[in-house]
Ligand binder design. Structure first.
Ligand code: GCW
Length: 715
């Protein structure tokens, strides 16, 4: 008897005390561990009153009930009478809710905004969560749950939240064979082989997670596109995913390979001015909408890095984008046309090429086209100045493309919180309409009164159990969604709420982890590419340092192209004496950067070739400063490690240990970056490492000899 009991107990423990694997992301809903706070919420929330029956409202109700039952550890009653502590959810047109709210407030919400308000009805204290559409009610429910998960006061709520940006989209660089280009979290979560019949529960949890932060679109496939996804066999699979996501307000988009009419349509050309080609795309669009009535549209990478495009046929980006726009317009679909173009044939500074390509076409795009621009002019580096296209083509809506996946930020194992990077770009002033013409205002459409607006993030999600491999990479997915909803949120604020939901509300823990996160972006800049260095990563896989590489297929794939180190100094002269890329910015901007003595040192080597002995603001020479920055980067990682180790008792062992081990990889790799880069640059500066610096533990030849043929993410 005793034995059976023991056995039962151990089975229960094995199954009941589930290891903490990070799968639940920030939607954990564990019982509140502070008894005082728990009792307060228990008094304030007694039951749910629910108006409506659509799948989306049902999902909202389920989420709220599951969330509250978990957090409050009690059964939440679903009732039709109003009590003290009732939470009312439903759309604003339901007759009862309508009577409780101001009409103007409701009008201000648009389709996606919501209200959460404390009110009185028949002397009862209630909370209302309402909106003009079902999915916005769901957004409100997630917000309400977030308030509780982060232990906020809900006594007198009066919240109105409306998204600033219309299309808030994840771009998956996922291939049909399930490899993920620049993916460091396993293989693609889209199991094309088993779709449409097998619906993995992950698809639902993916949709929940996205809806919880307001993401409303997903591009399922890689911009390096495969036309097969546009065939019927795949469209039924896409439709199955769309059916899951619809409930959560998420539209599906696909990448359109420009040569599809030839590859899968049997045509001889894909020339956008050819009537047969135009017709093929029209029919293709009609077919897609038969399967997916709310299909979002196409994302296109054209005439870039080997992708076909209109220029293949002597046509322009506008010709190409407008043809697809015409095909989608009858169905209200949009074209997101990427500005990430640079040509092999053009010997001009790669920095300048996107601007030069698109500037002449300002105002020439159809109204359902939006140009998707990377945050900076080169390619998702640890730090870039903002892309000169922002503010430069006022008659064309531009959407932001951020990279959430850490292609150039330590990939799968470095803790780098990206919100400070995102904010740095969004807050940058383009001066295109005078002071305060921030990139954020260009992107949200308010600067030039565009209806259409968007922000995309290249996803960092894979089939790893915890979705993103590094537990802290979840924060970057989270931060992207929150900023796409409201770019006025601050990086610390977003970190704060993410930490509380993901780990713990204990003040000391929250404060310490926030410090780590907020320091992490500057750390990676310092140990990889300080003072404005850029694109000196290993070629191909972009893993590790390789500033010496000079033999890649084309000039601008080589690190030496970007740093231009020689015996005189280091950096890319983009002033009037050099490529003059600075001329693409408004003078208020270029004036800040054009003089190497006054240029913000963060951007110094982006714009100037500076002598090794150049005096920096600190009084050090450039060489000494470079050494100091690399060392600072390493020191920051060591500090992050030290802080993290002190937090052991606050959280579960699994995630604690995983982060700890990743931090030691990060430390090793930061040292590797510092050593390899300084040894290499020293061959030009011919100056010694300043006293007191750690000496590299290998020779430059050793670092040069390292190879990583199977580094992940090559797609
Ligand atoms: O960042 C670079 C990547 C490529 C990517 C390309 C792009 C999808 O190294 O892997 O291709 O940019 O954004 O198109």
């Amino acid at each position: 008897m005793k034995r059976t009991k023991l056995l039962l107990l151990s089975i229960l423990l094995a199954f009941g005390s589930q290891a903490e694997d990070g799968y639940r992301l920030w939607l954990r809903y564990d019982k509140i561990d502070d008894n005082v706070i728990l009792q307060q919420y228990n008094r304030l929330i007694t039951s749910i009153n629910f108006y409506g029956s659509s799948p989306t409202l049902t999902a909202a109700k389920t989420e709220l009930i599951n969330g509250l039952q978990g957090l409050l550890d009690k059964k939440i009653l679903y009732q039709s009478t109003i009590n003290n502590g009732s939470v009312l959810i439903g759309i604003s047109s339901s007759s009862f809710i309508k009577t409780l709210l101001d009409k103007n407030d409701l009008n201000s919400l648009g389709k996606e905004g919501y209200i959460i308000r404390t009110a009185k009805s028949n002397q009862k204290n209630i909370t209302i969560i309402t909106a003009n559409s079902d999915v916005a009610v769901l957004y409100g429910v997630f917000y309400f749950l977030r308030l509780i998960q982060t232990h906020q006061n809900i006594l007198q709520l009066s919240i109105i939240s409306v998204p600033k940006i219309q299309n808030r989209i994840l771009d998956h660089w996922d291939n049909l064979n399930r490899t993920v280009e620049r993916g460091y979290a396993g293989i693609s979560i889209w199991n094309w082989h088993e779709l449409p019949d097998y619906i993995d529960h992950r698809y639902i949890d993916y949709a929940r997670a996205n809806a919880s932060i307001g993401i409303n679109g997903t591009v399922l496939t890689n911009v390096n596109a495969n036309a097969l996804v546009l065939t019927k066999d795949y469209l039924v699979k896409v439709a199955a995913l769309a059916n899951v996501f619809r409930t959560y307000g998420i539209k599906v988009y696909l990448t359109a390979k420009f040569s599809a009419p030839v590859e899968i349509g049997g045509l001889k050309t894909a020339d956008p001015l050819n009537a047969e080609v135009q017709n093929w795309w029209k029919q293709k669009a009609d077919e897609i909408y038969k399967y997916i009535p709310d299909f979002g549209g196409f994302l296109v990478k054209a005439n870039s890095e080997g992708q076909p495009g209109p220029q293949t046929y002597g046509r322009t980006h506008a010709d190409g984008a407008n043809m697809l726009a015409d095909a989608l317009a009858p169905h209200n679909g949009i074209v997101m046309w990427r500005a990430f173009v640079y040509s092999n044939e053009t010997p001009d500074d790669r920095f300048k090429q996107a601007y030069n390509e698109f500037k002449p076409f300002d105002g020439k795009f159809k109204s359902n086209v939006i140009i998707q621009v990377k945050n900076g002019p080169i390619d998702f580096q640890p730090r870039e100045p903002f892309h000169p296209l922002f503010g430069a083509i006022p008659q064309t809506p531009l959407m932001m493309e951020f990279q959430i996946t850490q292609e150039y930020l330590g990939q799968g194992t470095h803790l780098v919180y990206e919100a400070p990077l995102f904010k740095e770009t969004l807050n940058a002033d383009t001066y295109s309409n005078g002071v305060g013409s921030t990139v954020a205002k260009v992107v949200d459409g308010s600067m030039n009164n565009f209806q259409i607006s968007g922000m995309a993030g290249v996803a960092n999600i894979g089939n790893e159990r915890n979705w993103t491999n590094h537990p802290f990479a979840q924060a970057n997915w989270y931060a992207f969604g929150r900023l796409a909803w409201d770019h006025d949120l601050s990086a610390p604020q977003i970190a704060d709420e993410w930490i509380r939901q993901t780990f713990s509300n204990k003040k000391l823990f929250v404060d310490e982890v926030k410090k780590i996160m907020l320091a992490s972006r500057e750390a990676v800049v310092n140990y990889m590419t300080p003072l404005g260095l850029h694109h000196i990563m290993g070629t191909g896989n972009h893993y590790g340092p390789a500033p010496w590489v000079s033999n890649a297929g084309r000039a601008d794939w080589n690190p030496v192209y970007y740093h231009k180190a020689d015996s005189a100094g280091i950096g890319f002269d983009r002033t009037a004496t050099g490529s003059n890329a600075l001329a693409q910015y408004k003078s208020e901007v270029s004036n800040q950067w054009k003089d190497s003595n006054t240029c913000d040192e963060k951007y110094l080597l982006w714009f100037h070739h500076v002598s090794w002995g150049h005096t920096m603001k600190s009084g050090k020479t450039l060489w000494q400063e470079l050494c100091a920055k690399y060392q600072q980067g390493v020191d920051s990682v060591r500090w992050m490690q030290h802080q993290w180790i002190g937090l052991k008792d606050f959280i579960d062992e699994e995630r604690f240990n995983q982060v700890k081990m990743f931090l030691s990889i990060q430390e090793k790799e930061a040292e590797w970056w510092r050593n390899a880069c300084l040894l290499y640059f020293q061959t030009f500066s011919k100056m010694p490492l300043p006293d007191g610096y750690e000496k590299p533990d290998h020779t430059l030849d050793y670092y040069k000899s390292l190879r990583f043929p199977y580094a992940p993410g090559s797609g």
